[in-house]
Design a protein around this ligand. Structure first.
Ligand SMILES: C[S@@+](CC[C@H](N)C(=O)[O-])C[C@H]1O[C@@H](n2cnc3c(N)ncnc32)[C@H](O)[C@@H]1O
Length: 234
């Protein structure tokens, strides 16, 4: 019996290799990969705005308001989706939006075309491995993407690389711990890859564990579903 990878056991019989057991670890309940993200959001694209538009808009507006106060000259929006936050940004700012899903981005292109006074550029790109040079943006905005991306820590490292030193990162996301939402969080947890987001997502593990400066945290959306966090890139 040989071990090809730690996970696969097989037996050699003559010239044939027969697998006797495949112990490739199953995906854990909240594991998402970039193909899951692309597939799920390509599928969501045509009805995303009806399902997640108005209900999550208070968070998008709060993010844009925070950005307006910061007054950056360039903004990168990561996971721009169908572009629902775009109309809320200031007109005199360079805005770059990226997303893994080409179908979501096609909607964002339509929305951008209806905002001729905004300076908007959109690209299909994985935010965990961006083509932008370091320190390219004054402000990076993450609306409802941190609990979706396959590896949130890797995304944050990339975001901090492309954000200039002392620039800002503004997040709006659901974080676990709300008394109203805990049951739903646990019920949908095993469905993360299929529904395209993790419901059970810790604030300490995913935000406070990084060495950036937390400038403010504010609760938004229905029954305090989400938090808007303003961070300074140290
Ligand atoms: C829940 S949607 C949010 C869309 C939009 N920001 C909004 O406010 O409705 C998450 C989006 O992030 C995108 N996304 C997830 N992980 C990504 C990654 N690593 N790089 C780029 N886009 C990503 C998904 O394709 C999807 O469009």
């Amino acid at each position: 019996v040989h071990s090809a990878r730690a996970a696969d056991l097989w037996i050699v019989m003559g010239t044939k290799r027969l697998p006797i057991v495949n112990e490739t670890p199953a995906k854990s309940a909240d594991t998402i990969d970039s193909r899951d993200v692309e597939k799920v959001y390509d599928r969501y694209a045509s009805w995303y705005d009806h399902l997640f538009g108005a209900v999550l808009d208070p968070g998008r507006r709060a993010v844009a308001q925070a950005v307006q106060i910061l007054g950056p000259s360039s903004i990168l929006e990561v996971g721009v989706g169908t572009g629902l936050t775009l109309p809320f940004y200031p007109e005199n700012t360079r805005i770059v939006g990226i997303d893994l899903s080409a179908h979501m981005l096609a909607r964002a292109h339509e929305r951008a075309a209806s905002l001729p006074r905004h300076d908007i550029e959109l690209h299909v790109m994985d935010a965990e491995s961006m083509i932008f040079e370091s320190a390219s943006f004054d402000c990076v905005v993450l609306p409802y993407v941190l609990s979706v991306t396959p590896d949130p820590a890797r995304l944050i490292n990339e975001v901090r690389r492309v954000c200039r030193p002392s620039g800002h990162v503004v997040i709006v996301n659901h974080f676990s711990g709300s008394r109203t939402w805990w049951l739903l969080e646990r019920l949908v947890r095993p469905l993360a890859a299929r529904i395209g987001f993790r419901s059970d997502f810790g604030f300490t593990d995913n935000v406070l564990s990084h060495d950036w400066i937390v400038e403010s945290v504010r609760t938004v959306n229905l029954f305090g579903l989400s938090r808007v966090v303003v961070l300074r890139n140290g």
